[in-house]
Design a binder for this molecule. Structure first.
Ligand code: NAI
Length: 285
């Protein structure tokens, strides 16, 4: 097989926005797609079963294969039901594009426990709920592709998004470990931070910026990361406005001591601790 031809890929939150573009392109490239969407509002309230069905109809009209699922990613039962939909309809699950998301933006001082919980529940637990149910099948068949939706808000921070940023960087931590644990089973796990005009960004960017950010720009990267040929794993990417770039954590040169330094000794060498003139890539030690 090549690309995503014949592969079964679940796209969560695919009833609109970026997920819809991912599902449409994956289907055009020959994947069989589970279009999941709860169909709620931007803050995660409500539900509308027609959202996923409309995208399935769009795919089928152009000769593609897709099935709808309306479960919430936010519960373990929902995660299991979403993966079961793939197994029932197509007999296997090759890829998970964990894209479903909500926003509850508030400055940290105003953030309620409910805002914190709801955002972590959908993004971080939601990804876990779906991927964890697909994982044994991927190991068994020695093939799997995981793509999670991260964000520059997690990688770099963003005012009013403590809950969202924490969840989004948590997802990078998740794929870093899934890449290691999946390596010998042919499972690749990567993260994409999209930048696109959707209802999520409709009121935080100017008209001009939104025009330059059609969500379909992000979809080819998602399809590539789901393809049989992809080599990357444990990698994060930023994609938007026609630009695609990997993003990494680096270490400074650092200061080394052969004894436990005093606070003053450490302060004396601080310039080395924060010296990024020769950045070193990641790794545990
Ligand atoms: P969107 O609001 O248009 O799409 C999100 C979809 O997820 C909606 O269709 C919604 O119904 C669905 N959803 C929400 N909760 C769900 C649940 N519990 N179970 C199943 N489906 C659920 O937003 P957009 O922009 O398309 O976002 C997609 C992903 O990309 C999100 O994870 C978002 O955080 C991420 N992202 C988007 C950026 C952008 O510039 N648009 C920037 C950075 C990240």
């Amino acid at each position: 097989m090549a690309g995503v031809e014949g592969r079964v890929v679940v796209v969560t939150g695919a009833g609109g926005g970026l997920g819809r573009e991912y599902a449409l392109l994956l289907a055009r490239e020959g994947a069989r797609v589970v279009v999941n969407d709860l169909g709620g509002s931007r803050d995660g309230t409500g539900s509308d079963e027609s959202a996923a069905g409309k995208v399935v109809a769009e795919i089928q009209e152009t000769g593609g294969e897709a099935v709808a699922n309306h479960d919430s990613v936010a519960t373990p039962e929902g995660g299991a039901a979403i993966v079961q939909t793939a197994l029932d309809a197509f007999g296997r699950v090759d890829g998970i594009v964990s894209n479903a998301g909500i926003l509850r933006d508030k400055s940290f001082v105003k953030m309620t426990d409910a805002d914190w919980d709801a955002v972590l529940q959908v993004h971080l637990y939601g990804s876990y709920n779906v991927i964890h149910n697909a994982w044994p099948h991927m190991r068994e068949q020695q093939h799997g592709r995981i793509v999670v939706a991260t964000s520059t808000s997690g990688l770099y921070g963003n005012f009013g998004q403590a809950n969202y940023g924490a969840a989004k960087l948590g997802l990078v931590g998740l794929i870093n470990t899934l890449a290691l644990e999946g390596a010998k089973y042919g499972i690749k796990a990567n993260a994409v931070a999209p930048i696109a005009a959707t209802r999520m960004t409709a009121d935080i960017m100017t008209e001009e910026q939104l025009k330059a950010l059609p969500p379909d720009f992000v979809a080819p990267l998602i399809a590539h990361l789901c393809a049989d040929e992809v080599e990357e794993t444990g990698a994060a990417f930023i994609a938007g406005m026609g630009r695609y770039q990997q993003v990494q954590l680096f270490r400074a040169a650092g200061a080394e001591f052969d004894h436990t330094p005093s606070v003053a000794e450490l302060a004396d060498r601080w310039a080395q601790v924060v010296d990024f003139s020769a950045p070193q890539p990641g790794g545990v030690l």
